[in-house]
Design a protein around this ligand. Sequence first.
Ligand SMILES: [Ca+2]
Length: 134
Amino acid sequence: MKKTFLLTFLVFSLLFVSISFAALTETEPNDSIDTADFIAVGTWMSGKIATSSDVDYYEFRGTGGKLSFRVTNTVAFSTYGLAIYDENGNLLEKSENDAMLQQIDINTHRHKYYYAKIYPLNYKAIGNSYRVIL
Ligand SMILES: [Ca+2]
């Protein structure tokens, strides 16, 4: 009886751990503001630039405070550009450093929507995955 309980507990613990660490992944098509993937504050998602013309948009909601949007590579030397737009499609800021991590800090308005665009900066970025963190 005790063993069964312990085994059940272990199985549920493992299930919980695997669910907690399950990555949220982008869903194509997401090549425009209208088809952007929603990302919640405090989460990360993974995506992939499939071709040289592929771009990925993420949508997030302003909190009234400062938010940091980051994109990081998963493969050495692949670099991604990051651009942030407001809900009218106006470019607010972009980051194109030759670095594994790009970060833009945005002072957000509460209830307004913002969009982050990820695009490849070099050939290493094409066909490889990246992660975005908000
Ligand atoms: Ca895309």
